[in-house]
Design a protein around this ligand. Structure first.
Ligand code: NAP
Length: 461
């Protein structure tokens, strides 16, 4: 018995007589995987191949014919063959006239050819109606049924009817077609699977830059300075102390950078008096990766929490506590509890806990499965109002951590302030601008601009 086809059960066996035959050119990985899925969904499938010999890998309910014979049996032909072999279609042009050709091909590089593969196919077979689809779905996902992450199928084509026929097949396979317009969109669709985390590039590069800067900054202040002036070796600070300084700094700066483009956009709109002019490209791109910036910030905040949890078991901390206790015993003098310090320490911890809690809430609501279940107003409330509250709490957490040391000259080393002071610059700037923007004299015109109102240009005679 054919092992591969024995477990294929038609999902809609009774509908097979209603479904029209689909032809697939190419019995390679993708052709076979799509063939299985189509048969499961009740479509009769015929393969067009260079070899008409069937094999155990090909779904047993499918026919395997020559390209010309197979093409005559169906109105839709899926070309599951690499672009470089498309030449074989030229002699078939007459048979393919009026047929719907589905181009599923991908390239190895972004913009590898001057025209998209689908447009190239349309040039080779001018009488056919070419539709681009399925290229973002993998053969493995089709066959294993693990399509949760890639349920969307981008479809484009110049012929509406042909596109509709392909979208009907996509839906029948349990996938979601997304109409991307004419065949001009094919190049972009072909580039999608080749992009390497496009929205993550900026947040990750920025984080790497900030990590490098703050690492050397803290190294100079916390390791090199004591070594030079006190001959103390604090190089072990690199493992936990410095890392646990960098993580909250990055979390706070990146969180502020999630909200900075929003306030900049508001200033630009107020200045221009309209929302109908495009923002500069850099601002557009920045706004598009705010979610990723926020998630990277959350990752750093979570690391900060983990690093903080191990503080009591650090050998350096245990040594410091015991030496303080011994010194009090030797001097026969107990240091009284400093209530102000106790208040500062508890408040800073409480602000940190609350800030982190809201931070996690923001992260959870940004997940598609959650954000799809809240309406626009609820999403905006969480991401904007709770987001700003998180920024306020985390900024306050850092300020209270600084406490009395904030402006003390002893906290400067080689004129360098503590790293956490630098981390407050962007968050404080964002919060101050946001605070100014909520004044009615600015908020009202901004709300009207966002509702479509435009300030009339002033002409001077
Ligand atoms: P494959 O396993 O190499 O299969 C390609 C098939 O093309 C071969 O089995 C062969 O079928 C046919 N072929 C090869 N040389 C030919 C020639 N000179 N003339 C005519 N036909 C020829 O490749 P694949 O992974 O199935 O990919 C097929 C297409 O799907 C590619 O364009 C790829 O970019 C696209 N795609 C693949 C995936 C995936 O996950 N694999 C995902 C999305 C898109 P016969 O022996 O039956 O003639």
């Amino acid at each position: 018995m054919n092992k591969n086809s024995s477990n294929i059960m038609a999902l809609a066996p009774n509908t097979s007589n209603k479904r029209k035959t689909v032809c697939i050119f190419g019995t390679g990985d993708f052709g076979r995987a799509l063939g299985y899925k189509l048969i499961q969904s009740g479509y009769p499938v015929v393969f067009g191949s260079r070899s008409t010999q069937t094999s155990s890998l090909i779904p047993k309910d499918a026919e395997v014919l020559s390209h010309a014979e197979a093409a005559q049996k169906a109105a839709i032909i899926i070309i599951a063959i690499q672009r470089q072999h498309y030449d074989f279609l030229i002699p078939l042009a007459e048979i393919l006239r009026g047929k719907v050709l589905v181009d599923i091909s991908n390239n190895l590089k972004i913009n590898q050819y001057p025209e998209s593969n689908a447009e190239y196919l349309a040039q080779l077979v001018p009488g056919a109606k070419v539709v681009k689809a399925f290229n973002t779905v993998s053969a493995w996902a089709l066959q294993s049924g693990t399509l949760d992450a890639s349920r969307q199928v981008f479809v484009c084509g110049d012929d509406m009817e042909a596109k509709q026929m392909v979208m009907d097949i996509v839906r029948a396979l349990g996938l979601t077609p997304l109409d991307q317009g004419s065949l001009l969109a094919a190049q972009e669709i072909e580039n999608y699977p080749l992009q390497l985390f496009p929205m993550w590039k900026f947040p990750i590069l920025l984080s790497l830059g900030l990590i490098t800067f703050f690492f050397f900054y803290c190294l100079i202040r916390d390791v090199i300075y004591p070594y030079v002036y006190e001959n103390k070796d604090y190089s072990f600070f690199i493992a936990i102390s410095i890392t646990n300084r960098i993580c909250p700094i990055l979390a706070l700066i990146l969180l502020a950078l999630v909200y900075l483009p929003g306030v900049l956009a508001a200033i630009i709109q107020l200045y221009r008096g309209t929302k109908y002019r495009r923002f500069p490209d850099w601002l557009d791109k920045w706004m598009l990766c705010r979610k990723q910036l926020g998630l990277v910030a959350l990752a750093f905040a979570s690391l900060h929490v983990l690093y903080t949890l191990v503080i009591p078991i650090r050998s350096f901390v245990r040594w410091r506590i015991s030496s303080q206790t011994v010194s009090q015993a030797l001097n026969n003098k107990t240091e009284p509890l400093n209530t102000t310090n106790a208040w500062l320490s508890d408040s800073y911890l409480a602000l940190g806990i609350l800030g982190f809690f809201l931070f996690v809430l923001l992260g959870i609501t940004s997940l598609p499965s959650v954000s799809n279940n809240v309406n626009w107003r609820e999403f905006r409330f969480v991401q904007s109002k709770l987001g700003y509250l998180t920024l306020v709490l985390c900024t306050a957490h850092t300020m209270v951590y600084g406490g009395k040391r904030f402006l003390s000259p002893s906290s400067y080393r080689w004129y360098l302030p503590n790293a956490y002071m630098l981390s407050l610059i962007i968050p404080c700037t964002v919060l101050v601008i946001k605070f100014v923007l909520i004044f009615p004299c600015l908020d009202k015109p901004l709300t009207r601009i966002r509702q479509g109102w435009e300030r009339k240009p002033q002409y001077s005679e």
